[in-house]
Each structure stands twice: as C-alpha cells, then as structure tokens.
Design a binder for this molecule. Structure first.
Ligand SMILES: [Zn+2]
Length: 182
C-alpha cells in the first residue's frame, strides 16, 4: 500500500510505502525544494475555533479549504466548543493535532483552548488580524503558541505557516520520497 503526499511548498507529488510511515506520521524533506514536512497515513486533525475575525479572513478560509483534502478539518462554533470540551480525548473525539485560534479566543479564555493550552501533542496556531505585542504577550502567558500568523499575509505564507504547524516532530528517519508520475 502506498500513501500519496505532496510537498506543501513546491507541491510536487510523491508516493511513499505506507509501511515506512509510523502511526504518528514521519518527517520528510522534499528532494526538490528542501522543505521539511510531515507525511501521515491518515489526515491530520485540525480544529479551528471559529468566530474570531482573523479566522473569517479570506486568505485563511481559502488556504484551509484548499488543504482540506489533506486534512481532517473541523470548524467549532462557540456552542459546539462548550459541548466538545466535556468529551474530547475520548475514543469518539480524539484530540486534534493542531488547534487554530485567534486573539479573541485568548482574551476570552476559550474553554477548548484553556483545556488544551499545554497538551504537548497538540500544536497551537494563533492567527492575529494585526501585530499587537501586548496581545501576543497575553497569548504566550495563557498558552504555548507553536506558530503565529499575522495578517495580512500572502496565501503562500499562510500555507507555509499552516504546514509548519501541522508538522509534528517524531524520532524516525525520513522515508525516501519517490516522485509519482502525473
Ligand atoms: Zn518541495
């Protein structure tokens, strides 16, 4: 069995033997452009805490939609977040790999963010509508921020930051990438 993947940076497509990809995924370096990214057997789970102005921005929406075929993407409304916080981490509601949130979620101490603010296996991606040192300091005091996107940003920058947030370090040697024929 093979896993189809593509480099998030130059978008060249590759095929990898599934047996060489461990459960948690494997790190790979694109032979063409040198970008360091993650290969998974199943799509990465991304939870987006909806309703923050930064997360309603066109570039973030489009990039996330564009990546949905590679991701298991879920937009959580504030009502849904109140109910999911009770059951997350159980068999039916596994924890996400990446939690995407905005400044408002930090200021309001969102329940999902509060519950996952220091869980090592969940990477936290903060999207801000503009640069604000004070807000960033309160975000860092409240939770560990793995990646920060400040808008406005180009599509390419949003894509690369997301790819970097999705990457999870694992201690396995990167599998060899064989370019798939188009
Ligand atoms: Zn590449």
């Amino acid at each position: 069995m093979t896993v189809e993947t593509s480099c998030p940076s130059c978008r060249v497509q590759y095929r990898v033997e599934a047996s060489k990809v461990p459960e948690g995924g494997a790190r790979a370096v694109c032979p063409r452009c040198g970008f360091d990214f993650m290969i998974r057997r199943s799509p990465a789970r991304i939870w987006v805490l909806a309703d923050d102005p930064a997360l309603r921005s066109q570039v973030v929406r489009i990039t996330l939609q564009d990546l949905t075929k590679e991701l298991d993407l879920c937009f959580l409304s504030s009502r849904r977040r109140e109910s999911i916080v009770e059951v997350m981490g159980t068999e039916h509601t596994p924890l996400p790999d990446v939690l995407v949130f905005g400044d408002m979620h930090v200021l309001l101490a969102d329940p999902v963010l509060a519950a996952l603010r220091s869980t090592p296996r969940v990477r936290r991606l903060l999207v801000s509508t503009h640069y604000n040192a004070e807000l960033l300091a309160s975000a860092e005091a409240f939770c560990q921020v793995s990646t920060h996107i400040v808008l406005p940003a180009s599509d390419e920058e949003v894509r690369l930051r997301l790819a970097s947030a999705i990457r999870i370090e694992v201690g396995t040697p990167p599998p060899t990438l064989a370019r798939s024929t188009p």
